[in-house]
Design a protein around this ligand. Structure first.
Ligand code: FES
Length: 186
């Protein structure tokens, strides 16, 4: 029994050490990214900021509010500029969600002909995802945090209105499977 417990504790210590090392490595990589971009001309261009954000996302998996603030400092711009770029580049994630659903609320998609269908679609999605109330400009996370639901005023595909994107691709309906890592239907 003692031997088993000793082995268990040493395994736990090993995995804690590995996790700590990984965190340290990530922090170092982030520090390198910040020092590289901080040394560039300020204010940085949109392309440079997007490149920095992509690098941060590669390291962390998403761009947290703290990373947004530090990125703004490194680029010599306001945080609102970072927010705008995050919206423009759909691959940049503000949270560690697995899927992003974008419902168009532009003029054509909300015309007399399509409004009802689009509102019903939004309502169904909110219900499925456990989201209550209005969707804020930065989007709303599903109750389990695995899906981001957002609205945009035009997705530039007005010919096929009413439109919706699923992970950046046009999607025909909202019945797509939304399984989280735990293999749970959202
Ligand atoms: S208004 Fe919806 S795609 Fe243009």
């Amino acid at each position: 029994m003692m031997g088993y417990l000793k082995e268990l504790f040493s395994k736990q210590e090993d995995s804690q050490e590995r996790a700590q090392e990984k965190r340290k490595e990530k922090s170092q990589e982030l520090a390198e990214v910040w020092s590289f971009y901080s040394s560039m001309k300020k204010p940085a261009s949109q392309e440079t900021i997007a490149a920095m954000l992509k690098e941060i996302q590669e390291i962390r998996g998403f761009i947290s509010p703290e990373c947004r603030a530090l990125a703004a400092e490194a680029a010599g711009v306001k945080e609102s500029v970072i927010d705008c770029i995050m919206k423009l580049y759909k691959s940049l994630k503000p949270a560690a969600y697995e899927h992003r659903i974008t419902v168009c609320t532009g003029e054509r998609c909300m015309s007399k002909e399509h409004r009802k269908q689009q509102e019903k679609r939004l309502g169904r999605l909110k219900k499925r995802l456990g989201i209550e109330g209005a969707i804020p400009p930065e989007g709303a996370l599903s109750a389990d945090g695995t899906v981001l639901l957002e609205t945009r005023s035009c997705l530039k595909h007005c010919r096929t209105a009413p439109n919706m994107l699923f992970d950046g691709e046009l999607a025909e309906d909202d019945s797509m499977p939304l399984c989280s890592k735990g293999n749970r239907e959202a």
